[in-house]
Design a protein around this ligand. Structure first.
Ligand code: NDP
Length: 453
């Protein structure tokens, strides 16, 4: 009676996973994508960003290598060559995603779809019916309105710049701001980061925030704290930026990384009676269902945790719940995340401020050390590991790290935290020596104990 059992709008991480799993469970599935199959993460987010982080980090690695006796001679970076190689890799992944969907028997519409009513979508001129509709359209960069904002770029454009900016202003000090400030600084651009607050990465562990601010400064990034652009003017030689404090400075590019908004504008959700939050995100229940029985939503378009692996879990859980006999709710507790800043940060569980709200006594274990690679390498960069432990139960409730390989290390620690292991169980684990990760099982005494607010 319907054209499809499931019509998915958006072929990003969440939409692709949901389509593929639903199809493998016997559903007739179609997915529509208005830009490129793969979505933000693969096409213009996590993946190309991480390639840029690798490209950028070589500058420091070459320097470290000299400390180990290497003589490397003259080095130079070719932006155009890198951008072309990166683009080819993204094309390859886009092809793989299309192939995966094809192999799974999912029909792909490479055009924009909107919601027409509770069981139909509009794709171009076609009206297509589906028993269930999944909205997985993600988000889009949010740029505040100020005179000249049209001269600025967002993370959508930063991957395709024809030339590497010599002078870059980054606005905002969240995930994207600190990551790109690090990338361009490593590649040799002169980077300034303007932020309305007083240290980077609001919401992260305070000590890690201080440490990252310090390390980024040491690496040559200039910070304009408690300062925001008020106007951008195009001149013959660049972009003249006026700031809150009445100062002006010229840059070649201005990158706004001031958050992302859900992509619900013009999506037609009101035609079906789907309720939205004030910020445009879609509220859903534990099974990703909206207030309309036949319409579901996963990923950054919802008001949950805006991270790719979370969207994938939500898409998978949705498909199992709706197209198999299992009822699965994606879990949003103890989600580990990493910021690919330089040095990187990774965390799982509660920060000190959050822990104090929920627990009577929290013991904080810490290790602050110079990674071995930096001893001969000659870098002053240090690493910091932290564990937060509920004194009453001995359960580890938070783990945080800044330093080399933090993301790789915290992924393993996250398994222990997610499964409620105790500090005694961490301590009973034999260390891998010499490594930075071993610090997580070698912190015998707490540095201090926090008490409830
Ligand atoms: P974030 O929300 O992380 O940071 C936004 C930054 O911009 C904050 O510093 C914020 O300040 C500031 N800001 C917000 N609005 C304004 C404004 N009107 N004027 C000036 N400054 C403003 O967003 P991002 O854009 O960095 O990243 C978007 C999302 O993408 C992240 O939330 C994350 O989920 C995801 N992401 C994840 C990555 C990863 O997992 N490694 C990498 C990149 C992105 P304040 O702190 O004061 O609010």
């Amino acid at each position: 009676m319907y054209d499809y059992d499931l019509f998915v709008i958006g072929a990003g991480s969440g939409g692709v996973r949901a389509s593929r799993i639903a199809s493998s469970l016997g559903a007739k599935v179609a997915v529509a994508e208005e830009y490129r199959v793969g979505g933000t993460c693969v096409i213009r987010g996590c993946v190309p960003k991480k390639l840029m982080v690798y490209a950028s980090h070589f500058a420091e690695d070459f320097h470290l290598a000299e400390g180990f006796g290497w003589n490397l001679g003259e080095r130079s970076f070719n932006w155009q060559a890198f951008i072309a190689k990166k683009a080819a890799e993204i094309d390859r992944l886009n092809g793989l995603y299309l192939q995966t969907l094809g192999n799974a028997g999912v029909e792909v519409f490479e055009e924009r779809a909107t919601v027409h009513d509770q069981h139909t979508v509009k794709v171009g001129d076609k009206i297509i019916s589906a028993k269930k509709i999944l909205v997985a359209v993600g988000g889009t960069p949010y740029l505040p309105s100020l005179p000249g904002i049209e001269h600025a770029i967002s993370s959508n454009e930063v991957f395709h710049l024809k030339d590497q900016p010599k002078r870059l202003l980054v606005v905002g000090a969240g995930y994207i701001g600190v990551e790109f400030a690090g990338v361009f600084n490593g590649l040799g651009s002169n980077v300034t980061l303007a932020y309305r607050g007083d240290k980077v990465l609001r919401g992260f562990d305070e000590e890690l925030r201080d440490r990252l601010t310090h390390e980024m400064t040491q690496k040559g990034i200039k910070f304009l704290f408690e300062n925001n652009p008020t106007k951008i003017e195009k001149t013959d030689t660049g972009l003249l930026v006026h700031f809150d404090n009445a100062e002006q400075q010229e840059f070649d590019q201005v990158l706004f990384s001031t958050g992302r908004s859900p992509n619900t504008n013009g999506l037609g959700l009101e035609n079906a009676g789907v309720e939205l939050n004030n910020d445009g995100s879609i509220p859903v229940d534990d099974y990703s269902q909206t207030n309309v029985e036949s319409i579901f939503a996963v990923g950054d378009v919802t008001d949950r945790v805006p991270l790719t692996p979370v969207a994938i879990k939500e898409g998978h859980a949705f498909a199992l719940t709706e197209f198999s006999s299992q009822k699965v709710s994606p879990q949003h507790d103890n989600v580990a995340s990493a910021v690919f800043s330089q040095p990187p940060i990774a965390s799982v569980g509660l920060t000190e401020d959050e822990a104090k709200e929920h627990y009577d006594e929290v013991a904080v274990y810490k290790s602050d050390f110079k990674p071995m690679k930096h001893t001969l390498g000659g870098s002053e960069e240090r690493a910091l590991t932290k564990l937060l432990v509920d004194v009453k139960t001995d359960k580890v409730i938070g783990a945080h790290m800044i330093g080399l390989d933090a993301a790789e290390i915290i992924q393993g620690v996250a398994i222990a935290v997610k499964n409620g292991l105790t500090k005694a169980q961490f301590d009973a684990t034999v260390a891998i020596h010499p490594s930075s990760a071993e610090e997580f099982v070698l912190m015998p005494t707490p540095k201090y104990v926090l008490t409830k607010d």
